[in-house]
Design a protein around this ligand. Structure first.
Ligand SMILES: Cc1ncc(COP(=O)(O)O)c(C=O)c1O
Length: 445
């Protein structure tokens, strides 16, 4: 290819992530601006954002207070390392964040993404056990249909087979619990399904196979997002917590999607009243405006690592050039202030019943085989099998996009996760368009 002569507008050079590059480049969909609930497409049309960018723009696009904080910070201090050095804003944000975290989770390690957050959480778990003389605890237990980003650690713990096909053996010692999706008993549940708490007991069985003393951590998304919004059965997370506590195993919640108000509370841990030992965060942390992630940990983990190191020694050989980056810290602090001062989490909680009613009105439309929801999350599963459902989901996506509504097809499921500021009228537009799309897609096949 004659790359020297590619024009500025050529789509060739950018290798896009998790994208069918060749398809996209034949028929590109680009946005050039965003404000509040809407993107602006390249041809100037508004596009209602039904997925908060990618589960991240919780306070809506271009919030003026977040924009201003980033602009000011860029002018004042563009970069300062956090390796044996620092700047005040990262500390200020850490303190502010901890004030909304579940009780007992009182330290935070900063990363730049959700993938780095889950990898960091897994490394913290290993380092913690090592520091307390239990370095034999090296096994990580994840769950089928879990998604924890794309680093070697998170990918090993995740339970999406096709994501692993190209990348060899990954981490040794990762094992997986069964997922909780059980449409035979739970299809069309409103909120948390009634059946399936006992699926947590498979963890106990796995511990018989592996021995609890070899297990460092269990990692789960409280609500699995990327595999189609799988809501935990009532009592399931409580049982997982109990089993982990009894065996000295750390419980990690991957709240990259559920954190920062998605379920109407700061964290899913609040919503379910289950406190893990570590929480991985990203996405809504900065309202999506600057890349940032992190791991919130218990004081027990932090202090064990501090106390086990020699005086003057680096206690954890881990970190990123951009951990606690000034622009990310400024954006995160401003985002959290917006969330709290503007009642964004409360709005999500207040509008959830309407959201639930509207999404369940899709029941009975062509090809809809299950509907799942919690907080401002919803998954609408389509088709008689995955291949057929995937084809329908793509048609539904295209129909909605052409009519100015952005949804997300994930295999055979339409996933919805709007900015948490969504109004009743916008919910109406979203679901009326979706209903028409389902009718139209059904009649085309
Ligand atoms: C639950 C969960 N964990 C981790 C990640 C990875 O985050 P990132 O894409 O920022 O690396 C994602 C991304 O969607 C996610 O949904």
């Amino acid at each position: 290819m004659d790359t020297l002569h590619l024009g500025a507008n050529s789509l060739e050079s950018y290798w896009m992530p998790f994208t069918a590059n060749r398809d996209f480049k034949r028929n590109p969909e680009l946005v050039t601006g965003a404000s509040g609930m809407y993107y602006t497409t390249r041809d100037g049309k508004p596009l209602l954002d039904g997925i908060a960018g990618l589960w991240c723009v919780n306070a809506g696009h271009g919030h003026p207070k977040i924009v201003e904080a980033i602009q000011k910070q860029a002018a004042q201090l563009d970069f300062a390392s956090s390796f044996g050095f620092g700047h005040p804003l990262a500390f200020e944000y850490a303190n502010r964040l901890i004030s909304v975290a579940p009780e007992g989770l009182d330290h935070v390690f900063f990363t730049n993404s959700g993938s780095e957050a889950t990898d960091t959480a897994l490394k913290l778990a290993l380092a913690y056990h090592h520091a307390r003389g239990q370095g034999q605890r090296q096994r990580i237990i994840g769950r089928q249909r879990g998604y924890h980003g794309v680093g070697f650690g998170g990918l090993s713990a995740a339970g999406m087979g096709p994501h692993k096909r190209q990348f060899g053996m990954l981490l040794p010692g990762a094992a997986h619990m069964p997922h909780t999706h059980d449409p035979s008993r739970n299809a069309f549940s409103l909120g948390q399904p009634a059946h399936g708490a006992e699926i947590a007991d498979t963890l106990e069985q796995m511990l018989q196979t592996y021995d609890p003393l070899t297990v460092a951590a269990v990692i789960v998304e409280p609500v699995a997002g990327s595999t189609g919004v799988l809501v935990p059965p009532i009592g399931y997370l409580e049982r997982l917590r109990d089993i982990c506590t009894r065996h000295g195993i750390l419980l990690i919640f991957d709240e990259v999607v559920t954190g920062f108000g998605r379920l109407g509370h700061a964290f899913a841990a609040h919503r379910f009243n289950v406190t893990p030992d570590l929480i991985a965060i990203a996405k809504g942390m900065t309202n999506g405006a600057v890349p940032m992630g992190g791991v919130i940990t218990s004081g027990e983990i932090y202090h064990t690592l501090m106390d086990s190191a020699a005086h003057g020694a680096v206690e954890l050989s881990h970190g990123y050039t951009y951990s606690g980056h000034p622009l990310a810290s400024a954006a995160a602090l401003a985002a959290l202030n917006v969330y709290i001062e503007e009642g964004v989490f409360e709005h999500a909680a207040a509008i959830e019943p309407l959201w639930q009613n509207r999404v369940h009105e899709m029941k009975g439309l062509p090809d809809v085989v299950d509907i799942r929801n919690l907080g401002l999350l919803a998954g609408i599963e389509l088709g008689t099998d995955v291949a057929n459902g995937k084809a329908i989901a793509k048609k539904v996506y295209d129909y909605c996009f052409e009519r100015g509504v952005l949804i997300r097809p994930v295999a055979n499921t339409i996933v919805l996760s709007p900015p948490l500021i969504i109004s009743e009228e916008e919910i109406d537009v979203l679901f009326s368009t979706l209903a028409a799309a389902l009718e139209a897609a059904g009649s085309q096949l």
